[in-house]
Design a binder for this molecule. Structure first.
Ligand code: ZN
Length: 201
């Protein structure tokens, strides 16, 4: 499957030895979704490439430092590892068993849906939830839906307190924020990455 590229931006890089290139790309094969498009961002300079990355950030083409990108990736990695460790702790597993028992004891699928909604474990409608429940069963649906971001609500529902877990959840929240924080552009954003901006250029 081919791609149609149109050059949108070409200008000198930061050091002036190379170039920044942005292409607007659309699929050029039949049956393609006519709205489909994507961007290609190139930092064509060996010197700048050592220090910077050219990225699409919040619909802007931005030059960010590699150090900042790496710090976010490290935070993301640590978040994933600590999340896994947290969810496999004995006390957390025990809470999930209690939650499974609570879900099983509910008189109806509607009541189960209310528990899940209160716990922040689903945003599905009752009908959709009912279908998933039927497909996977009480135990698995709890295990699949429980995660660090809803653990504190689960603990509230079970009326348990655990300072160690609460502290760890704070650490996780900070790591997640860090991993999603936008990078500071090293220079002013190079261009706006929207279809409108491209067609008006
Ligand atoms: Zn350069």
């Amino acid at each position: 499957m081919g791609v149609d590229r149109t050059e949108y931006v070409r200008r000198p890089c930061l050091c002036g030895e190379g170039e920044l290139v942005v292409n607007y790309c659309t699929p050029d094969h039949p049956f393609a979704n006519s709205d489909a498009y994507h961007w290609e961002l190139f930092l064509e300079c060996d010197i700048c490439n050592g220090e910077y990355v050219f990225i699409d950030q919040d619909q802007q083409a931005v030059i960010a430092s590699r150090t900042e990108i790496a710090a976010r990736q490290t935070a993301r990695q640590e978040y994933l590892e600590r999340s896994r460790a947290l969810m496999s702790r004995d006390d957390v597993r025990a809470y999930l068993s209690q939650l499974i028992a609570l879900v099983i004891s509910q008189p109806s699928a509607a009541a189960k849906h209310r528990v899940f909604t209160r716990a922040g474990m689903t945003v599905d409608s009752e009908a959709t939830f009912r279908r998933s429940l039927k497909a996977v069963g009480d135990e698995r649906i709890v295990q699949q839906s429980a995660a660090p971001h809803n653990l504190s609500r689960i603990m509230t529902i079970l009326e348990v307190k655990n300072e160690e877990i609460s502290n760890e959840l704070e650490v996780l929240k900070a790591l997640e924020l860090k991993s999603k924080e936008p990078c500071r552009p090293v220079i002013d954003p190079v261009c706006v990455l929207t279809k409108e901006a491209f067609y008006n250029s």
